[in-house]
Design a protein. Structure first.
Length: 168
């Protein structure tokens, strides 16, 4: 198994993932790691309907995702791994999984969140978890679609700055 992309995107499977990232990276499988979706038949069906027929789709709880990632449980598949939130990804990391690079693709406004980038809003908890991931040696890169420039978030989250110009 290889990880073609590890992405945090609160919309999970949508156009940027299917038309942007999967066309460029050409994964064999899209994996959604999210407890709610894994346990919801209608949400699994809804998201699966957005996946092109040449790709496999898997919907796993965070615990199952951590176990499968730790054991190489996707065989030779190139995997595009999606998390809905920083919290979900951090839970998998706390279960013993390490990611070299994490793509932050879309975290939209929610209660208590402040804009970090036009497509990334973070709460104090999100910032704390991002900082922990960066301190564990994981590279955080904000990039919504493949053609747009990647913005390194590590300096931003480690410095506590509130915008890219202040932290980079």
């Amino acid at each position: 198994m290889s990880l073609a992309l590890v992405r945090i995107d609160d919309r999970l499977i949508h156009g940027q993932v299917v038309l942007g990232w999967s066309r460029v990276l050409k994964p064999d499988r899209i994996v959604v790691a999210n407890d709610r979706v894994a346990k919801s038949d209608w949400e699994r069906k809804l998201y699966a309907a957005s996946v092109p027929p040449h790709l496999q789709a898997s919907f796993l709880t965070l615990e199952d995702a951590a176990a499968r990632l730790s054991s190489g449980g996707f065989g030779d598949d190139a995997v595009l791994l999606l998390f809905e939130s920083v919290t979900d990804l951090h839970r998998v990391v706390e279960a013993g999984v390490h990611f070299d690079q994490i793509n932050v693709g879309g975290l939209h406004y929610h209660e208590g969140a402040r804009e970090l980038l036009p497509f990334v809003y973070v709460s104090d908890d999100d910032r704390r978890l991002f900082k922990d991931l960066a301190e564990k040696g994981m590279e955080l890169v904000a990039q919504d679609i493949p053609g747009n420039p990647a913005i390194r978030l590590n300096p931003l989250v480690l410095s506590g700055a509130t915008s890219p110009s202040a932290g980079i």
